[in-house]
Design a protein. Sequence first.
Length: 269
Amino acid sequence: MAHSCRVIAQELDTLVSPKTITNSQLIGIGKTQILDTYLSPEKYQGQEVTYLSHTIRDYDGKPLSKLIRHQGTFAQVHNRANNANELAGMYYFSYGWLYNWHFFSNQLIVKAGGSIEANLGFVYNTRNSNNPAQARAALNISPTAAAEYHFYIKRLPFAVRYEFAVPLVGAMFSPNYGQSYYEIFSRDNYDHNIVFTHPGNIPSLRHMFTADFTLWHQTFRIGYLGNYQQARVNHLKQHQYSHAFLIGWVNRFKLIRYREKRKTRLSPY
């Protein structure tokens, strides 16, 4: 006896790489000191305003995190005699991967890895008539590490976090000593203007300490950001030392993606 069969198709949902995203939006205000001997041998000091978007993406079941950081700063500074001013603006971008270690039932999380960091900005001296501005551009590979500790006080969640990054190798733009921007861009007079960088000529550090707390069902973050950028290239010196108090809020959410999977089976009739 012959039997007939029919094909029944079923669509099943498969969970694919759920990830938890922690994003903080922070505003900072503080003090900065700027030195750029291409513009002036004087050190300039003043106020700096910072905006920082900091994102960590954690992948469930994987000991890896992705770090994405956008930071913009603007500073207005003056010399010791208070008869000259400089304006400075910088944009910093970081993209990195960190390996995670968990301790004490996930209360303590240690992350370490590396980031690609790009910086782009300017310094403008209002007093100079010749060479009044300096462009800044750099690309670095930076070892990066962080530690987070989570705890409760009267059933309210708190967290403290420390993060730092140190440029290891990269490249930066700089005019040479006595070289004008007219020579570089109008006459195409290249003079070692793209410089290989390492800790010997750009000993720099960026670090941040923050604390998270919850009020009115919203997580807030306060902290300190220290950014110490230095360079000694082409017989020129430059640095920018910044200290900022940070305040803002934190959003934490989970993204879950499903993949449709088709499954077939035979059914007699």
